[in-house]
Design a protein around this ligand. Structure first.
Ligand code: SF4
Ligand code: SF4
Length: 110
């Protein structure tokens, strides 16, 4: 479930508002979007994936939050952590290069 938008990291691009399939966020003119309908979140991670500033954290559980502070999330490298693992963002390893994907490819019948 979407847990946090960092006010200090957000660059107010509103990409998260655009990509969310369940309209969880509201735009704020000249400001950081707000999580307006948190219970509508489907834990799809799309907002975190698209956020160019690594300003978001989606907790992995669909029905509960981690309860961690922004500082704790940042220390644990969880802000934008999903995006980093998938390899989106400059200088990151694309998911197609991950070992587990190579292992999956080996299972494909030629
Ligand atoms: S995780 Fe998916 S459903 Fe939840 S707020 Fe982000 S984009 Fe919307
Ligand atoms: S996608 Fe990230 S940077 Fe853009 S408005 Fe949303 S939280 Fe802010």
């Amino acid at each position: 479930m979407i847990e946090l938008i960092s006010d200090t990291k957000c660059v107010q691009c509103n990409l998260c508002v655009s990509v969310c399939p369940t309209n969880v966020f509201d735009k704020v003119p000249g400001g950081v979007p707000v999580i307006a309908r948190q219970s509508d979140c489907q834990t799809c991670f799309m907002c975190e994936l698209y956020c160019p500033a690594d300003a978001m954290y989606v907790a992995p559980h669909p029905d509960r939050l981690s309860g961690q502070s922004e500082h704790e999330l940042e220390q644990a490298e969880l802000l934008g952590g999903y995006r980093e693992k998938v390899g989106w963002g400059a200088g990151r390893t694309p998911v197609s290069s991950h070992v587990y994907l190579a292992e999956l490819a080996k299972r494909v019948v030629p």
